[in-house]
Ligand binder design. Sequence first.
Ligand SMILES: [Zn+2]
Length: 230
Amino acid sequence: MHPIRLILMVVAILMASAQVSASSSLDAAVARYTDTEDGRAAYVRAVEARFGAANDDDGGAGRARVERLLLPLTRAAQMEQPLVVVTSRDDVNAYALPGLVVVHRGMLALVTDDGELSVLLAHELGHLALAHPVRGIRRSLRAAYLARRAARAKDIDDGARAFVDAAMHADLGLHEEREADQWAAALLPRAGIAPAVAVGLWDHLEAAGIPDDSRTHPSYEERKKIYAMR
Ligand SMILES: [Zn+2]
């Protein structure tokens, strides 16, 4: 064999094995912070520290509300109830991290209707059901590196911080946002929530002047169509 070909072959084998080890340490990190009791507690602490937890009565009530509304959704989808963190931030936003849903207090304050909040939560559950946060970590070199550190960290809190960093560097796109909307639109009627409620939510956010972020998310118009079709 020509030496160049031999070198190329060795490089290809090394690259393939690096990819396998990156994906198995991502799996190990996900298992550590979502399946073990210590890991889950450290994960929640790290998310709370990063976003600023709403740990007063108001935040506690918000978290209880989110957990109560998630129950019929996770039951209809036959999936595990995710961890929930309510932050003290005023911006109107929510995110899905692996096995965990973050909701800003600003979202809970604006969306006071439980049906409308369920629509938003169904969208976040869609990201989890479709494994978007983990897929997004795998797609970003930086995130995959952080996940490797999270899997190996001796101190579980250090590791949990790296895991949250990894999740925040996940590379997600418009395609995933649309997929999560389609998944949520299919789920909601099975959880007893009419499509009109979802359309009402997007109308409500639009009327409140929340930008539709159509660079990263489907526009309000498109979202209304996705949910109304069901
Ligand atoms: Zn989303």
